[in-house]
Ligand binder design. Structure first.
Ligand code: APR
Ligand code: ZN
Length: 379
């Protein structure tokens, strides 16, 4: 029986307040309005940004809310005027949508659309209403995606059609974590062959950065993490060395400077801690190092630096989603996964059903996961 035009009842993980487990319940998902699309979510990664929001690390978050922003699925139905996709198409949902009209979208070096909900977390569709409810009470959207639901509704600018043969339980990671780590190395830092790189934090984002450093031909790739259980996987993906700062008698930046004979060519912070950001900057070569911030700190934290770190010739930059223009660049990344240039499967350390989603959050809190993927439906 067709569900087009009807309210769909399905299960979703709802966040009701900060730092409380998500509650899996039956919700109502309204049909898409004009220029909107309803999607059956098949798989969604759990990213540290979901935990960051749930733990109060972002400037605002409106409850109740359906989190999740790293998802892939199949179009169930489309509203009037939709031209990008049709029912049955396979898609990645975009937490970094692009309207392609604002100044940021039109700038060749930006992907940070004025109309995205990143950090603002207003939690509505573009028309300022929600398509989710529970027993008639409104639930907020999250980062234009809300992928911890068996069905979600997104505006047309928050979707990207991909090849139907792509494994959705892997390419969902392109929606955020993989692209963020991989793209910052490829597009922002533009790592050159024969260079040295240091990556702080070996979660899904750091491991994706490691993969990109290897593909770029870096010859020394140092992974830094306080959880040594991450080291075998990091070496498998490309790290030549791994260091646990807890085992070091000297500050970690001194250790890295010695290991790279004067400081790494490139540094990447993939955790979101300002003290580690400073260590990462100091670990790069004082005269020409490229320091790159990827991790998102608690919104009240401030990075306070000795300006001499930069005046001697280092560069410092940040990137959002690895500087990819998601709507244009994701199909190419999906092709690279399908041709096995990129092994996304290596990043998935566990798969869980929606009922077990809180176990996935525990893994993230303990720094234990590379990526946990929540399986919501069938491909
Ligand atoms: N020094 C070194 N490693 C650390 C430290 C530290 N002080 N603190 C935490 N780590 C390690 C953890 O052990 C874990 O392996 O950092 C890793 C972080 O991985 P995840 O929690 O899986 O985070 P991830 O999803 O990769 O996101 C990292 O990027 O986009 C942002 O919001 C995201 O800020 C987060 C960051
Ligand atoms: Zn825009």
């Amino acid at each position: 029986m067709s569900t087009t035009g009807k309210v769909i009842k399905c299960r979703a993980a709802i966040a009701y307040e900060f730092n409380k487990p998500l509650v899996v319940e039956e919700i109502e998902v309204a049909p898409p309005k004009d220029h909107e699309i309803r999607v059956k979510v098949v798989a969604s990664g759990i990213c540290h940004t979901d935990e960051h929001a749930l733990s109060g690390g972002m400037a605002s978050l409106n409850f109740p809310v359906i989190l999740g922003h790293e998802g892939a699925g199949i179009v169930e139905s489309v509203g009037k005027g939709v031209i990008k996709v049709k029912p049955g198409d396979h898609v990645i949902l975009l937490c970094s949508p692009m309207c392609m009209k604002c100044k940021a979208c039109l700038h060749e070096n930006s992907n940070f659309c004025e109309k995205n909900d990143v950090g603002k977390n207003v939690g509505f569709m573009l028309d300022k209403t929600s398509r989710f409810s529970i027993k008639g009470k409104m639930i907020h959207h999250f980062m234009t995606t809300s992928t911890f639901s068996e069905y979600t509704v997104v505006d047309e600018f928050a979707i990207c059609r991909i090849d139907k043969d792509a494994p959705l339980d892997q390419v969902c990671l392109i929606g955020c974590g993989f692209s963020t780590g991989f793209g910052t190395v490829m597009n922002t830092a533009k790592v050159k062959p024969g260079t040295s790189c240091v990556i702080f934090g070996l979660g899904g984002i750091g491991m994706s950065a490691v993969m990109a450093c290897k593909i770029s031909g870096a010859t020394k790739i140092i992974g830094v993490d306080i959880n040594p259980d991450k080291f075998p996987k990091a070496k498998e993906l490309g790290c030549t060395d791994c260091v646990n700062p807890k085992d070091c008698k000297k500050p970690i930046d001194q250790i890295i400077t010695e290991m790279t004979n004067g400081g790494a060519d490139y540094g990447f912070e993939c955790i979101g801690k300002v003290d580690v950001m400073e260590s990462m900057i100091k670990s790069t070569n004082y005269a020409y190092g490229s320091a790159n911030i990827i991790g998102v700190p608690i919104f009240t934290d401030r990075l306070c630096l000795d300006v001499m770190y930069l005046l001697t010739g280092r560069s410092l930059q940040g990137a959002f989603l690895g500087d990819y223009k998601a709507c244009l660049d994701f199909p190419g990344l999906v092709s690279d996964v399908m041709s096995r240039k990129i092994d996304l499967g290596a990043l998935v350390t566990s798969r869980l059903s929606l009922d077990k989603i809180n176990e996935g959050f525990e893994l993230i809190r303990g720094g234990k996961a590379v990526r946990t993927v929540v399986m919501l439906g069938k491909q």
